[in-house]
Design a protein around this ligand. Structure first.
Ligand code: BGC
Length: 389
């Protein structure tokens, strides 16, 4: 159950919440380096996602935990290199004009020991493969880590993405496999750019990565913008909360550009209630509540655009969703898009995933953005006051 923290009390407690979130993530990281998405939630238990995990690694890396993030990236690399033959096959088939069906592409999540797992899932999602490259390079740049041990895995990933980035696949929410999603494209282009920038790839492979990233930007400009803002997928007018990530932390868009400003504005107007951000209009998952991770992504976008006070308000809202045990959920009720659908999901999968490690990591990531001195050894001192409500 969410507590009745006010934004002010939440803000005062953010350093504690960041610290307890970090302890939770560190305690739950498996010996193999994987991050469980949510340890007890029925549908997620036993699996680590490239998407969640990469953002979790970025959060703990920003918080000063170099070893945990490194262990996660090592896990990613083992998952990928163990599938080198399969990835070569996908790339060769695709380049020969025979793109494999979605079920033959890499999955979105793996068991902790790096297997595909046996449960059915909405698996073909490209975003996590871009995000791990982006997060790995951000980690290396932040901590001065030598990247050479990840080169083979990075090359496999770049080949996979340069050959397949334009394919429709499931989005961040594991829905709509018929579309090409703009936030997925942002993850892919950020990952390709990072790999080239860091010298993880060279020669023809680097040229292909650069060309693919440029093509992504062109297709987004042509078909992923409507009414001046980014759109949920190519060819529509609607938005999605995940689009904030294209501004920050992924940095696909210049945060001070008119496109970024209009995207932030659309997310605020269409999806944000108080400081809580919905995934998209029409969301029915658990009734379509507000997601703390999305408040944090929008906060990161605002912070990058210089709007630190609004970023702090969004952080305070995310913190206010903590339970009495300081666990952060995947989403909260209180303002639902489709209230009539909530019970169906409660019956199907049980209570909302809590704790969700990605929520904890995003809170840490935004808190550090607003106070870069924040680590597990310091406290938050410089945030502006939050709003009353
Ligand atoms: C979300 C995904 C997430 C997964 C694990 C799903 O419900 O839609 O974005 O990766 O849960 O947390």
């Amino acid at each position: 159950m969410p507590t009745t923290f006010t934004p002010q009390t939440a803000l005062a407690g953010i350093a504690d919440l960041a610290a307890s979130g970090h302890r939770l993530i560190a305690a739950l990281q498996t010996p193999e380096g994987a991050y469980p998405a949510s340890p007890t939630f029925s549908a997620y238990a036993g699996y680590c996602w490239f998407r969640d995990g990469s953002f979790i690694a970025d959060g703990v890396s920003s918080y000063g935990d170099e070893a945990s993030a490194t262990a996660f990236f090592d896990w990613c690399a083992r998952v990928l290199t163990a599938r080198a033959d399969h990835i070569h096959w996908i790339v060769n088939e695709t380049r020969a004009g025979r793109p494999p069906a979605g079920e033959h592409m890499l999955p979105a999540r793996f068991t902790y020991d790096g297997q595909d797992g046996t449960d059915e899932w909405w698996d073909f999602q490209l975003d996590g493969y871009g995000t791990w490259l982006w997060a790995l390079v951000a980690h290396a740049e932040r901590h001065g880590v030598d990247l050479s041990g990840w080169r083979e895995a990075a090359e496999l990933t770049v080949d996979y993405l340069t050959s397949s980035w334009d394919r429709p696949c499931y989005d961040w929410w594991e829905e709509h496999s018929e579309s090409v999603h703009v936030s997925t494209l942002a993850c892919v282009s950020a990952g390709l750019d990072a790999a080239v920038r860091a010298g993880l790839v060279s020669g023809t492979r680097a040229e292909e990565a650069t060309a693919a990233s440029r093509a992504i930007r062109e297709v987004v400009a042509e078909r992923g913008v409507r009414d001046g803002h980014l759109t949920k997928w190519l060819g529509v007018a609607t938005v999605d909360g995940s689009l904030a990530a294209a501004i920050a932390p992924l940095g696909m868009l210049d945060a001070r550009s008119a496109l970024a400003a209009a995207t932030i504005d659309a997310l605020e107007r269409q999806l944000t209630v108080d400081g809580g951000v919905h995934r998209y209009l029409g969301d029915t998952f658990y009734g379509g509540g507000r997601w703390p991770i999305l408040s944090c992504f929008l906060g990161l976008a605002h912070a990058a655009a210089g709007e630190r006070e609004r970023a702090a308000e969004l952080l305070a809202w995310a913190a206010s969703t903590a339970t009495a045990d300081l666990d952060l959920p995947e989403q909260v009720d209180g303002h639902l898009i489709a209230p009539g659908m909530r019970q169906e999901w409660l019956d199907r999968w049980g209570a909302v995933a809590t704790p969700l490690l990605w929520s904890h990591a995003m809170l840490i990531r935004l808190a550090v953005e607003l106070d870069p001195t924040l680590t597990s050894l310091t406290s938050l001192t410089s945030l502006p006051e939050g709003p009353t409500r």
